[in-house]
Design a protein around this ligand. Sequence first.
Ligand code: FAD
Length: 413
Amino acid sequence: MAPYTQQKTVVIGAGPVGALAALYAARRGDAVEIYELRDDLRNPSTIPLNFTKSINLALSERGINSMRQAQCPGLLDAVLAETIPMHGRMIHGEEHGKLYEQSQTYDVRGRFIRAIDRAGLNKRLLDELERMPNVTFYFNHKLTGADFNRRIAWFEQRSKPVAGPRPPEIEINFDFMIGADGAHSAVRFHLMKYARMTYQQEYIETLWCEFRIDPSLDGTFRLSPNHLHIWPGQEFMFIAIPSMDSSFTSTLFLPASHFAELDRSPSTLVDFFKDRFPGVVPDLISEADLVKQYSENPHLPLINIKCAPFHYSSSVAILGDAAHAMVPFYGQGMNAGLEDVRVLYDFLDAYRPSPGSMPGGSDGMRERALSEFSKFRTSDAHVINDLALRNYQEMRSDVTSPIYKLRKWIEEK
Ligand code: FAD
């Protein structure tokens, strides 16, 4: 009988989902290789994803439980220590010339979501992987091709000096590939040539631009730190999420055509903010800072992707944004991606071959696990995509409906 050989799992993409997937694979003893297009995120000169300084995210139980199940001692405590509880949303507005704030709690039993810095979480997961002897990183490696029958993949080595017209390419083999390479996934692109994949993509009309609200002069938060703040504008909105350094990361969500109008002059932008987001300028962001941040920070699109299946044969599965990129309004894109990892490994564990099985026997088991995963996960992913789209209406408009005012009145009685 041939000896049992260690399974080689390659993970494409070292974002939060790829990093967690690599941890799950490494904890099971696989030889794990992680290939990442960009340089190591922990290197200060690395250009962050989307070219913004940071994205603050809402971390919910969906994502927390997936880290809990990773069974890495101390990981979850370390992650949660760098979060800020958000017990509800705070709606900002103006009535009869007076500014008002209305707190709308998320849960009658006091449960809450948490604000977290995406880069911070990502770095923490990479640090955890660094400590594992069966994990190897390949930064500056871009997946350019894959043969999912022969289990071979090709990468451009971007850190190497280029002698010819293109960077040098390497070829690797693998037993199992996990594609966690984001919304514009190369793994998904190649998977489409093998699986009969149904695919749907849409860009919504809204773009987003990030701003920062600095701490006040005495270093404290300028707004309640335990809320997700919303300035609803019916067709658009401005939000703010707390950060550990007492600042807020804020985002303007606005139709592209409206951005084009604001581009006309700095005064158009300032007047728009004063008129539609009362209390922001100059109380939280100065006029000059608003104009500077608006012109320096990119205005980025929002994509919604649904596809199925999420796998081919026993050789590849896609997770996270690669499988279901969604608009950010439900705060669940990363959380759902982290949950994909837990669900995938629930199926892989259920179909895991016993140690000592013949090489190749594990392929059949993995194929069944991946097929079950795809079937089980597709409908959940599609529903979360739909809820995310629907929740934009909730955040930018419905939060001001009389029903919330009535609820608040009842809570106060
Ligand atoms: P990514 O984070 O996109 O990582 C993919 C990685 O793959 C990248 O590092 C990339 O460099 C690498 N890569 C790409 N192509 C290749 C290649 N060819 N070869 C090798 N590597 C490659 N989610 C939440 O849960 N809560 C929130 O509150 C929230 N708010 C958001 C707010 C905004 C404004 C936006 C835009 C998103 C928000 N999201 C939120 C969504 C969240 O950011 C994403 O769902 C999450 O980052 C997806 O993680 P991922 O690891 O699947 O993909």
